[in-house]
Design a protein around this ligand. Sequence first.
Ligand code: OSB
Ligand code: MG
Length: 380
Amino acid sequence: MLLFAVRLIASVRIERLELRLLRLPLVRHFETSFGRSYDRLFLLVKLEGGGHVGWGECVAEHNPYYSSETTETTWHVISEFIAPLVLGVDFPHPREIFAALARVRGHFMAKGAVEMAAWDLFARQQQQPLWQALGGNGLPVASGVSIGIQDSLDELVERVAIEREAGYQRIKIKIKPGWDVDAVERLRSRFGAIPLMVDANAAYTLADAAHLARLDAFELMMIEQPLDYDDIADHATLQRQLATPVCLDESITSARLAIQALELGACRIINIKPGRLGGFAESIRVHDACAAAGVPVWHGGMLESGIGRAANLHLSTLPNFRLPGDIAASRRYFDPDLIDPAIDVLPDGTVPVPADGPGLGVHIVESRVDQATLRRVEIG
Ligand code: OSB
Ligand code: MG
C-alpha cells in the first residue's frame, strides 16, 4: 500500500514548455574536420510541472554537419510534434518518455532536450540530485579536453601544454586528412606517453586504412569516428586492420546500434552523448549494454553551456563511464557561463558534480539566459 502511494507520487507531469534559441560567443574558436565555429547557437528547454521547473539543453548545432539536426529543425520538431506528446501527460517516470515519442522518427537531439529536462524536473520534485535519479554515484568525474585543429603544430603544442597544466587527465585532438600523423608524432615527441586520443569526425574512408594504421605506432587510447557517420560495417572492417581501438560517436544513435556495433566488432569503446541518443534513458541502455559486453564508455561533449555540461556530469557518475570524458571547465568555452558558479576542473583533473540543490544542482543566471536569447516561445 505504501509502495503504491510512493509510486503515485513519483510521477512526472509537464504542464508548460518554454523553448529558447540562444547565442553565446565562444572564448576561443573551435575547429573540427567540419570547419570552424566562433559562437554556439543552441536551444534551451524549460519545463514546468507541479510547482517545479526542469531545464534541458539541446545539443543540435546551427549547421547540420555533425548531425542532420540543427537548431531550426529541433525548434520545429519540439514545438510542433514533441510538445503535444508530452504536455499534460502523467509519466510514471521520466524513463517512459522516450518510448512515448517513438512516433517521431529520428530527431534524437530534439527528443533528448525535452527528455533530459523532464529528468531534471522529476529529480527536483523528488528533492534528489539528478545523479541519484539516474543511478550514478555523484563522485567527481575524470575529465579530458578536446582540442580543435590549430593553425600550426607549434600552436597545437602550446595548447596541449596549457591544458596539461590545468590538470586534464587526457588530451584529445581533432584530426583530418593533412592534420593527423604529423600532429600526433609531434605531441608524442614533446609530451611522451601522455593519455592521448584523436577524433576524426568521419573525415576518412576505408581507402585511408593504411594511412590510419600509421597511427598504431603512437599507442593512442583510441581513434574516434574515423569513417562515415552512418557506417558501422566499414568501421568493423577498419577495426580489423588497426591495433588502435576504434571508438564510435556519430554512428551510435541508439542502444540497438550500439549492440550491433559491438557484435560486429566495429569498435572497442563507445562515446555516449545523451543528446545524440534521444536522452538519458537510451544513454543508460547503451551504458548497460556496454557494461554487459565489458566495453568501457566515456561521456562526449557538444560545446554545451553550464546547463548541458552539468547534465553530462551527473550521467558520467554511472559506473561504466571508465574513461575521462569531454567535460571540461566552462571557462574554456564561455565566459561568463549561464550558471554561477561555473563548472571548473580541480588540479587532479576531475570535475565535481554540481550540488547546489536538487536536480542539475546549478544556479542558472536567468538574466544571462535572457541576454543571450534570440527567440522564445511558450507552449501549454
Ligand atoms: O565529435 O566529440 C565531438 C564538439 C562539437 C561536436 C562534436 C564533437 C565536439 C567535441 C567537443 O569534440 C567536446 C567538448 O564539448 O569539449
Ligand atoms: Mg566525436
